[in-house]
Design a protein around this ligand. Structure first.
Ligand code: SAM
Ligand code: ZN
Length: 287
């Protein structure tokens, strides 16, 4: 008999229950009756039907909604992010190769496709965990990608014990370096991806005449304050937009949150041939 998604996920979480701590009182947690994570003080968190567990201490509504994550999944499945994943994969693989059952965490994983692509390519026994504060992202991830632990959680107060994680992936999402250092094993690494000035420039051009918001602090400098052996590399390429991908591209990014419907339909009818991906990968080791 085929196990339900929830049952499969309960088994996976149960096998790794020692990683978790209660998001309310920080006590150890245990998987109970293949259906909920319960702490020693009886705070209880049910698994959803699709197998994810909501460990956010309170519910958050974010502007990252279901349609944004659907659009993101569609764009990511087109190969848009392929060269970035090709760059990230060897970094992660080299780090975890010698580790017994390495644990990979994607902090701010959204709809989960990056973690799934990397985790499935690794081909060694490893534990993949994706967290995001947006329930819609985690729900989509748990439907699409079994075999990974998916949890609604705040990356600034993560429901994990200290020194448990080998690699933290943090792609185009906020970070909390004190939390990252708390949960990383000694020598564990953070692989962060931040946008560079040309990222999605054609969209910015179409909607805001190309104006960019200048970051106030240099993300690499900030990263260096918290991690050792920091290395960075910029990845820049253009991606030819296949027919039909402009609409999800517009919907997948916070860049267009302030754009009116009229401007969106104008941009859609004008069309767009290619889009620039310009990102920086920053890698560093826990001190
Ligand atoms: C631009 S999206 C990137 C998602 C995914 N990493 C990707 O590359 O497709 C930023 C993500 O950060 C998540 N996020 C923002 N604040 C967060 C927090 N405090 N804890 C967890 N996730 C957070 C959002 O919900 C959103 O999914
Ligand atoms: Zn508790």
């Amino acid at each position: 008999m085929k196990l339900s998604k929830k049952m499969q996920s309960a088994q996976l979480i149960g096998m790794n229950e020692g990683l978790f701590k209660c998001p309310i009182c920080s006590a150890d947690m245990e998987m109970v009756e293949y259906s909920r994570l319960v702490c020693e003080n009886m705070h209880s968190f049910d698994l959803a039907k699709t197998g994810y567990v909501n460990l956010a201490p309170q519910s958050h509504t974010t502007k990252y909604d279901k349609s944004l994550f659907e659009a993101r999944a569609e764009v990511m499945s087109s190969g848009f992010f392929g060269p970035v994943l090709d760059k990230l994969f060897p970094i992660l693989k080299d780090h975890v190769l010698e580790i017994d059952r390495p644990v990979l965490l994607d902090a701010g994983c959204g709809e989960g496709s990056h973690l799934c692509a990397i985790h499935s390519q690794l081909q060694i026994e490893s534990v993949g965990i994706g967290i995001d504060l947006a329930k819609e992202g985690i729900s989509a991830a748990s439907k699409a990608y079994p075999g990974i632990i998916w949890s609604v959680a705040d990356l600034a107060a993560m429901p994990f014990q200290d020194f448990q994680i080998d690699v933290i992936l943090n792609v185009l999402s906020p970070a909390n370096y004190a939390e990252f250092n708390r949960i990383l094993k000694r020598g564990g690494i953070v692989v962060k991806v931040v946008p560079e000035s040309g990222y999605l420039q054609e969209l910015r051009e179409a909607f805001y005449g190309g104006k960019t918001q200048k970051e106030e602090t240099d993300p690499v400098e900030r990263f260096r304050e918290h991690f050792d052996d920091v290395e960075t590399e910029r990845i820049t390429y253009t991606f030819a937009l296949p027919e039909g991908l402009l609409s999800p591209l517009i919907r997948m990014t916070p860049l267009t949150w302030n754009a009116g419907d009229e401007r969106i339909s104008d941009v859609l009818s004008e069309g767009m041939k290619e889009i620039t991906i310009d990102l920086r990968v920053i890698v560093g080791k826990r001190r």
